[in-house]
Design a protein around this ligand. Structure first.
Ligand code: ADP
Length: 242
């Protein structure tokens, strides 16, 4: 498991590397576009040259698009922690997605055992995290199935949320790659391959862990563990402020 986590971490950091790279590419790319525009304005009489410059402009803007999506993906804005309950967030997600689940014959149930618990979290990020997991679960059950969202206290200082589905499952070889940025098995336009890598980052920002168990053909269960109290370490959630 440790080796797996180390690899996961390495893969998630590829996204940040890519973002640094994107920054470096952005400036020269801007210069290329700018000069192509300048040439374009001077070649009015020469149709062939105008067309050639058009190709440069078009491909430079394709690059710009790729760079922008990389930057978007890696935008790691700082989380803002407050003491907050989880069940409200989870219920919201399920109700937002209810219609979508009905359409594909997915039924949802909740098993909330950790009731009345507040923990230090960034509600928006946690919403995004579980939204990603639940949408993945629904997409894994396009012929219907059952979604179960559960919470329980693991010990005195950790709460576990599980998102379980009865969908297609994940093959052992895919399982080593699912947290990798841009890894997707979904059709273009359906999947970006960023959901789990972003989710992994959010869990880490909260000082938690994320893991997965899956049986192909039977289903998948994502387990997220979050600390109940903030640790007083750098990059960890701050202690509650009064
Ligand atoms: P995306 O959903 O855009 O493909 P993710 O990072 O969220 O990107 O997921 C990566 C891949 O992990 C998916 O393409 C899919 O193969 C697999 N996956 C994630 N969640 C599940 C699930 N609940 N059941 C089956 N496969 C899953």
């Amino acid at each position: 498991i440790n080796a797996h986590l180390a690899q996961t971490e390495k893969l998630a950091s590829i996204g940040q590397l890519a973002a640094g790279f994107a920054h470096e590419i952005n400036n020269p790319l801007g210069v290329i576009s700018c000069y192509a525009d300048l040439i374009d304005k001077q070649v009015k009489g020469n149709a062939q040259l105008k067309e050639d410059v058009g190709v440069i402009t078009k491909h430079a803007s394709l690059c710009t698009h790729v760079v922008e999506s990389l930057l978007n993906f890696a935008r790691v804005n700082k989380p803002e922690f407050l003491m907050h309950d989880l069940h409200g967030i989870l219920d919201d997600i399920l109700s937002i997605l209810r219609h979508r689940m009905e359409k594909v014959g997915v039924t949802a149930q909740t098993r909330y055992l950790a009731t009345g618990v507040e923990l230090p979290l960034d509600p928006e990020k946690i919403r995004q995290l579980f939204m990603n997991l639940v949408i993945n679960a629904i997409q894994a059950m396009d012929k219907g199935g059952e979604l179960t969202v559960s919470t329980r206290l693991v010990d005195a200082s950790h709460l576990e949320v599980t998102v379980a589905d009865t969908g297609v499952g994940i093959s052992p070889s895919d399982r080593t790659r699912i947290f990798e940025p841009f890894f997707t098995t979904k059709a273009k336009g359906v999947g970006t391959g960023l959901g789990l890598s972003v989710s992994y980052g959010i869990v880490r920002q909260h000082g938690g862990t994320i893991d997965v168990e899956s049986t192909p053909g039977e289903g998948t269960c994502f387990m997220v563990t979050l600390p109940l109290r903030a640790k007083e370490t750098k990059n960890k959630p701050p202690t509650d402020r009064g």
